[in-house]
Design a protein around this ligand. Structure first.
Ligand code: MN
Length: 542
């Protein structure tokens, strides 16, 4: 049975800390809580720095998700019993009785869906006129029938299957004269006359009921005419009941029931399900294999997607549909961003350099072994977020984590960090717009929204020298998204300072820092942290 998923998600425009946190925390949670499937997820593709980090440590990037609105998958029943398409009605019926599940999809050997058997359809099967059921389309395997009616084989002939319409032998000889006997299955008790006349008229299949005796003359006639004769102690009434049950489940299955894909939004599908006759739909994956069953009952209490937010808690930075999801945990090192939850949840927010530092501490407190590649991701994330431990956001916890993680990985933090920052701004591989948006964050205030992008550069001049090109692109983004202003923070890793390039209304920014832009650039010595040294200062004057 498939486990319930919990999505572990970092912020939009993910940085290395967001991606590393999603992967490392999912890994930890899967270790300590095997009852669920914790899935690392991302909202946009990874940036060049993270590409470098993941490939260096040989880790796959998380799956990309686009929203967390409730879908069919969340509310469907995942524990689905299926029956093989060749199963008899008897077998499917017993499955329904034994399991208490009222709906059984029929599948072939490869798991592909072929039809749906419901209690209701079995009931209808028994209400239909038996005479209308032909065993031509669905011949009965004689081997199965012998077992089902506990029969003795009087004469087998060359038959493996039984075909035709049942003909109950309580008729008169006179009736038999008009019968198209070649297409009939004769069910008869102690009526030798009917038996002989039937065989003469071309009957090929006979079931003798009530343990009636069969004379040698009849047996001889059967051998000569290749007639199957089975004898049983059961009555014709019981034979009729069991013949119905020996039909393949396929006969009574609904061939084209309502089907739906697991990723369809529940609200888009609810009406179809409510209006459907059976009140049930089969959930099929892209290939046509059964994933689950969803019924009208499932709509009464639709389930929300479960998410763990890492490295953010602001709604603007979170996944689309977050208000309709169930947040089960938040692990972050930013300011609280105004999300609400219905229940008390685990929240770990600490003013440390990186979310990965908090996750490292969680590994230690749960006593879970940190694998080399996970250690590598967390190490890269802390180095990235703290500018190789130089940012004022750096704490002793970050320093401690970096020391321990570099021991596990055998990677030197300073050397690796510089290579990582160089790779990030490899201009030959990346456009100006990509550099601007790869670590861009929006901040909503009562006065309006502003945005701040940041890159950490070993050689900031590579960017500063192309200031006008950046500014042109920034003005486009500003107009498109109606920001109050848009800042681009180019942080000099080696000199621990930042150059601010800005578009829009610059007055609040100049006021905040008590300094004017010169030549379109505001140079801030000692400022490297957007979160700690830029955002609070600006929010203060807005
Ligand atoms: Mn972070």
């Amino acid at each position: 049975m498939k486990k319930d998923k919990v999505y572990v998600i970092g912020h939009k425009k993910p940085d290395t800390d967001s991606i590393a946190s999603a992967i490392a925390y999912s890994h930890l949670k899967n270790e300590i809580d095997p009852s669920k499937d914790y899935v690392p997820s991302m909202l946009d593709d990874i940036n060049p720095e993270t590409v470098f980090v993941l490939s260096f440590f040989g880790v796959e990037k998380p799956q990309r998700i686009f929203h967390v609105y409730p879908t069919v998958e969340d509310s469907m029943t995942k524990r689905v019993l299926t029956a093989n398409i060749k199963s008899t009605v008897y077998e499917v019926g017993n499955l329904i009785i034994d399991s208490g599940i009222r709906t059984i999809p029929l599948t072939d050997e490869k798991g592909f869906f072929h039809g749906l058997v419901t209690e209701r359809r079995i009931a209808r099967h028994f209400l239909r006129e038996f005479n209308n059921i032909s065993f031509d389309e669905y011949p009965i395997r004689i081997e199965n029938l012998i077992k089902l009616i506990n029969a003795e084989v009087v004469n087998k002939g060359s038959h493996n299957y039984m075909r035709g319409l049942p003909l109950i032998g309580t008729i008169s000889l006179e009736d038999l004269k008009d019968c198209d006997c070649k297409s009939k299955i004769l069910i008869v008790g102690d009526r030798e006359d009917i038996l002989i006349e039937g065989i003469k008229r071309g009957i090929k299949y006979v079931i003798v009921t009530d343990g009636a005796g069969i004379k040698d003359e009849v047996k001889k006639l059967a051998r000569e005419n290749n007639v199957l004769i089975l004898r049983t102690d059961l009555s014709s009434f019981e034979i009729i009941r069991l013949l119905r049950l020996s039909l393949p489940g396929e006969v009574i299955a609904k061939k084209n029931p309502l089907v739906v894909s697991p990723s369809v939004l529940l609200k888009d599908f609810a009406e179809d399900l409510m209006e459907s006759k059976d009140g049930v739909a089969v959930v099929l994956d892209d290939k046509g294999q059964v994933e689950g069953i969803i019924t009208r009952h499932d709509l009464i209490n639709p389930k929300r997607k479960k998410v763990i937010l890492v490295d953010h808690s602001e709604k603007v930075q979170a996944v689309e549909g977050i208000e309709e999801a169930e947040i089960v945990e938040i692990i972050d090192h930013h300011r609280l961003g105004g999300l609400e939850t219905a229940h008390p949840i685990k929240v770990l927010i600490k003013p440390v350099g990186a979310t990965s530092t908090i996750i490292y501490d969680q590994y230690i407190s749960y006593g879970i072994k940190i694998e080399k590649e996970i250690a590598g991701l967390m190490l890269s994330a802390i180095i990235s977020d703290t500018l190789i431990l130089r940012s004022p956001t750096t704490t002793n916890e970050d320093r401690n984590a970096v020391e321990k993680l570099s021991k596990i990985t055998g990677v030197d933090p300073m050397k690796f960090g510089l290579e990582m920052f160089r790779k990030k701004l490899d201009i030959s591989h990346i456009t100006i717009k990509e550099i601007l948006t790869m670590d861009m964050k929006e901040f909503r205030t009562s006065k309006g929204t502003f945005a701040v992008s940041q890159v950490e550069a070993v050689e900031p001049n590579v960017i500063i020298s192309r200031k006008d090109e950046y500014l042109k692109e920034m003005k486009n983004i500003l107009l498109e998204r109606k920001y109050l202003f848009y800042l681009f923070m180019v942080t000099d890793v080696m000199n621990e300072s930042s150059y601010i390039i800005a578009a829009g209304d610059l007055r609040p920014v100049e006021k905040a820092f008590g300094k004017n832009f010169e030549n379109g650039i505001l140079y801030l010595q000692g400022v490297v942290s957007r979160k700690k040294q830029v955002i609070p200062v600006i929010l203060n004057v807005l």
